[in-house]
Design a protein around this ligand. Sequence first.
Ligand SMILES: Nc1nc2c(ncn2[C@@H]2O[C@H](COP(=O)(O)OP(=O)(O)OP(=O)(O)O)[C@@H](O)[C@H]2O)c(=O)[nH]1
Ligand SMILES: [Mg+2]
Ligand SMILES: [Zn+2]
Length: 288
Amino acid sequence: MIQGTLMKGYAGFYYVYADDRVWECSLRGRFRVKKQEFIPGDKVMVLPGTGDKATIEKVLERQNSLVRPYIANVDQVLLVFSLKTPDPDYNLLDRLLIQAGEAGISILIVFTKEDLDVGNKTPSVDYRRIGYEVVQVSNRTLTGIDEIAERLKGNVSVLAGPSGSGKSSLINALNPGKALKTGNVSDKIGRGRHTTRHVELLSVAGGLVADTPGFSSLYLPEMKREELQSYFPEFVRIKQECRFSSCLHDKEPDCAVKEALSESLISSSRYEHYLQFLKEVIEHEKKY
Ligand SMILES: Nc1nc2c(ncn2[C@@H]2O[C@H](COP(=O)(O)OP(=O)(O)OP(=O)(O)O)[C@@H](O)[C@H]2O)c(=O)[nH]1
Ligand SMILES: [Mg+2]
Ligand SMILES: [Zn+2]
């Protein structure tokens, strides 16, 4: 038997990536009896048959699972934002950083369309300074694509980000063989017109990747108000210098975070998002 990762279920078959190839698997009868649910990312043991046929004999325990997209055993999430067309939605990016941080999944920020003239905006520098890993790519000229390929190898990765940011194009740039459908940003204003819909893992650059439909809003995970700041690494580094150990960096006096803000050591956009998220978190605390 060999260990593999489920890529998708389709028309009664399960497609499993193992030993660097894809197996078309049927289920051992007992799984059908138990009505076991399989989702992409599940680690399974398969027994090879003839050709590319195999049977799934065993499912291993899930290490984690994401809800949107519904995928198990995710190693990392690539937060994909374009530098231009559309302009990066930093509010959404900061929300995604919290969501992935809370789920304990490693994060790579990817800024696409670096071939376009973006003036003197430097989000890559800004987010690196906070402590995040950032790669800047062009799916047109292929700048930075090798670096992404290296990061995908051997991992289960999920791409997330707004519609039109170039997620499907990124997979195509990595995998010129099997073109995914991409869309024109201008054709896709309005809901439900996204190009990417279904959830499956694709074999890309020696790893497995889930492309996902773009989205533009995201609720924060439930948490206590004190917890929010732990997802702002640049606050964490200095908060012990706030006068109150319980400081929420809002109205409190002698706050090191606000001081750093006034010295531009903390970006005003990050701080504004923090205050907005804090309100949301507190609001949610009250409701339940
Ligand atoms: N100039 C330039 N255009 C790009 C780049 N990457 C993607 N595009 C274009 O941006 C548009 C949207 O790309 P998609 O790959 O469909 O975006 P997506 O993130 O998959 O969008 P959804 O599936 O709707 O979430 C297409 O017209 C692409 O050709 C890039 O690096 N540079
Ligand atoms: Mg897409
Ligand atoms: Zn403070």
